[in-house]
Design a protein around this ligand. Structure first.
Ligand code: TA6
Length: 320
């Protein structure tokens, strides 16, 4: 059965070719087996019960990536109070539909809409639709963000419901700020992709153009310019490269190559904590050797969708 729905997990399979498992919590993909092996890393200590974000697989960072922004920008006051990487990875998404169920590919859609608890921390109308597709050599994760504050009657009705829920919340929940007047939906997005490797100290990422600006978090957030060449992970790496655009990044692990392609996600984060992994409570022992994160995103400032606007962002992982 290509699509197997459980109460907290859905499994997709293309017989004897590939298999993927998604947990509704965070719509986090926790396994992708292709070409005879597991391509994603999942810490054996990861909490899979919805008590915290999953350490491994592909968590979705939205509407922030990284630590929250400063509240100096008044359009980001609510964003400034969110937890690291936003809230999408900590919500139970809805398995909306099976989009495709064919021998050449299977695909399902998850959705996330404001709930009272989300509205209490982020009182902006939004609709997230997340389609994951498995084919023989590829896994595609597509996140569609909509600002539904539109004139259209159905969407306007959704807005009214959202307004009603917000105004019904006590100030103690909504905080002293009133509901935002600005109808723009502001967000960053990033797929926090943990790619399984044989030994992180020997793999390399290719395709980062020389001249790219990046922020090096290991050096306290210093702004640097990439000199080009292969990026190695033989020591701790935590960098955000801006403006790679449509360039593919290729992870080379011995004879194995995996291409990370992205659309409307012009930035990429590269992360492996090396010995710093010991401080991560839900990281398995020695886990840092077994993965590197290559994380396509849209994280250079917050993107704005005006009422009725939408944006489709995509990551495609392809084994060569
Ligand atoms: O994407 C890299 C990063 O932002 C690192 O700076 C590192 O802290 C990491 O994500 C893990 O974040 P988490 O909140 O999942 O522990």
């Amino acid at each position: 059965m290509p699509v197997e729905k459980g109460s907290s997990i859905v499994k997709l399979s293309l017989p004897s070719v590939s298999l993927g498992s998604w947990i509704y919590y965070g719509a986090t993909l926790t396994s992708w087996i292709a070409g005879g092996k597991e391509r994603l890393f999942l810490s054996s200590k990861a909490a899979l019960d919805g008590s915290k974000a999953i350490r491994g697989g592909i968590p979705i960072c939205w509407p922030n990536f990284g630590p929250p922004p400063s509240a100096d920008d008044e359009t980001l006051v609510y964003h400034s109070k969110l937890a690291q990487h936003g809230f999408a990875r900590n919500q139970t998404w809805t398995l909306d539909s099976v989009v495709m169920d064919r021998p050449e590919g299977v695909s399902v859609r998850f959705t996330l809409d404001p709930t009272p608890s989300i509205i209490s921390i982020f009182p902006y109308p939004f609709h997230l639709s997340y389609v994951v597709t498995l084919t023989k050599h590829e896994l595609s994760t597509d996140l569609h963000v909509v600002n539904p504050s539109a004139k259209d009657s159905l969407l306007a009705a959704a807005q009214t419901v959202s307004d009603a829920v917000t105004s019904a919340l006590p100030t103690a929940v909504t905080g002293s700020e009133s509901k935002p007047q600005d109808k723009g939906l502001r967000f960053q997005t990033l797929f926090h992709t943990y790619l399984a490797v044989s030994d992180s100290s020997t793999v390399k990422a290719q395709g980062l153009r020389s001249g790219l600006n990046y922020v090096d978090k290991i050096k306290g957030g210093s702004k640097e310019v990439w000199e080009g060449g292969d990026l190695k992970f033989d020591q701790a790496v935590d960098r955000v490269y801006y403006g790679k655009g449509k360039d593919d990044i290729v992870l080379v692990d011995g004879q194995d190559k995996l291409t990370v392609h992205s659309v409307e996600m012009p930035d990429i984060t590269t992360w492996n904590p090396a010995e710093g992994a010991a401080k991560i409570a839900d990281m398995e022992e020695g886990g840092e050797k077994r993965y590197v994160c290559l994380e396509p995103g849209r994280v250079d400032g917050h993107h704005t969708l005006q009422p009725g606007q939408e944006l489709l962002m995509q990551q495609v992982l392809r084994i060569e």
